[in-house]
Write a protein that binds this ligand. Structure first.
Ligand code: C5P
Length: 236
C-alpha cells in the first residue's frame, strides 16, 4: 500500500436512524476504523452528527458525492471542510472544471484540508446497466478515464471497485489514493453490489482504504471482526 494512514477500514454508517448509528459507534474506536457518513445518515443527522463523530476523534469520510455546477460543488466542499472531516468526495462525471473548482476551494484549508476524491462508476453498476446510460466505453475503460481526469484535476484519489484497483494503481502511480467499496467477506451476501471483492483481494490489488458497510454493521461482534481484519491488513 502506498498512501494510507491506518486504520484502513472505513465503516459505512448506513443507518436509518441517527440514534442507531450513534449506538453502533459506541462499540467502535478510532484506532480500529474510520467512519463514513453517506446520504442516508447525513439527511437524518446533518452536520451536528458529523461534528459529533469528529469530536469523538474518528476520521470521517463525508460521502455525499457532490455533483453540480463548479461553484456549488466548491462551496459544498468548503462546508464539508468546515465540519472537520478527513475526506470528502465529488462525482468525476461533474467534469474537470468542477473538480478543479473543488480542489482550489479547499486550498484555503492548507494542511488541514480534507482529502478530496472522486467517484468514478458506482460499484452497484454492472456492464449492461452502464451501457444503457449511453457511455461508449465499458465500465473498466470509463473508470480509468474518469480517474485520469481526477488526477489531472490534482485530486487526491478516487473511489473505485477493487476489481479496477490494480489497473488504476499501475496507470496512476503509487501516491494516488484508491478507496474501494463493494467489499464482502467470502461468506457474505452481495446485496445490491455487483463488482465485489474480499478485503485481501482489494488490498493485494492496491486499494488504500476499504469501505465496508453491511459486512461490519450486521456482524454479531463488529469490534472483534474489525480487529481480525486489521490483522489481515498488516499481513497483506
Ligand atoms: O454495505 P456496503 O458494504 O455495500 O456499503 C458500501 C458503501 O459504500 C455504501 O455506503 C455506498 O453508498 C458506498 N459506495 C459504494 N460505491 C461507490 C461509492 C460509495 O458502494 N462507488
Amino acid at each position: 500500500m502506498s498512501y494510507s494512514k491506518p486504520p484502513c477500514i472505513i465503516v459505512a454508517l448506513d443507518f436509518a436512524e441517527t440514534k442507531k448509528a450513534l449506538h453502533f459507534v459506541e462499540q467502535l474506536s478510532p484506532t480500529v476504523c474510520k467512519l463514513k457518513v453517506g446520504n442516508e445518515l447525513f439527511t437524518r443527522g446533518g452536520p451536528e452528527l458529523v461534528r459529533h463523530l469528529v469530536n469523538l476523534k474518528f476520521d470521517v469520510f463525508l460521502d455525499l458525492k457532490f455533483y453540480d455546477i463548479p461553484n456549488t460543488v466548491a462551496q459544498a466542499c468548503l462546508a464539508a471542510a468546515d465540519l472537520g472531516v478527513w475526506m470528502v468526495n465529488v462525482h468525476a462525471l461533474g467534469g474537470i472544471r468542477m473538480m478543479v473548482a473543488a480542489r482550489e476551494a479547499l486550498q484555503a484549508y492548507g494542511v488541514n484540508s480534507p482529502l478530496l476524491i472522486a467517484v468514478t462508476a458506482l460499484t452497484s453498476y454492472h456492464e449492461n446497466e452502464w451501457r444503457t446510460l449511453g457511455f461508449k466505453r465499458n465500465i473498466n475503460e470509463s473508470v480509468l478515464h474518469l480517474a485520469e481526469l481526477a488526477q489531472q484535476a490534482e485530486l487526491d484519489g478516487v473511489v473505485c471497485s477493487a476489481q479496477e484497483a490494480s489497473v488504476l494503481r499501475r496507470c496512476l502511480g503509487p501516491s494516488f489514493c484508491l478507496v474501494t467499496p463493494g467489499i464482502r467477506l467470502a461468506e457474505d451476501a452481495r446485496d445490491d453490489q455487483q463488482r465485489v471483492c474480499t478485503p485481501e483481494m482489494a488490498l493485494a490489488a492496491g486499494s488504500d482504504y476499504l469501505v465496508m458497510g453491511r459486512s461490519i454493521t450486521r456482524a454479531r461482534d463488529p469490534m472483534a471482526l474489525l480487529r481480525q481484519l486489521n490483522e489481515v491488513i498488516i499481513r497483506v
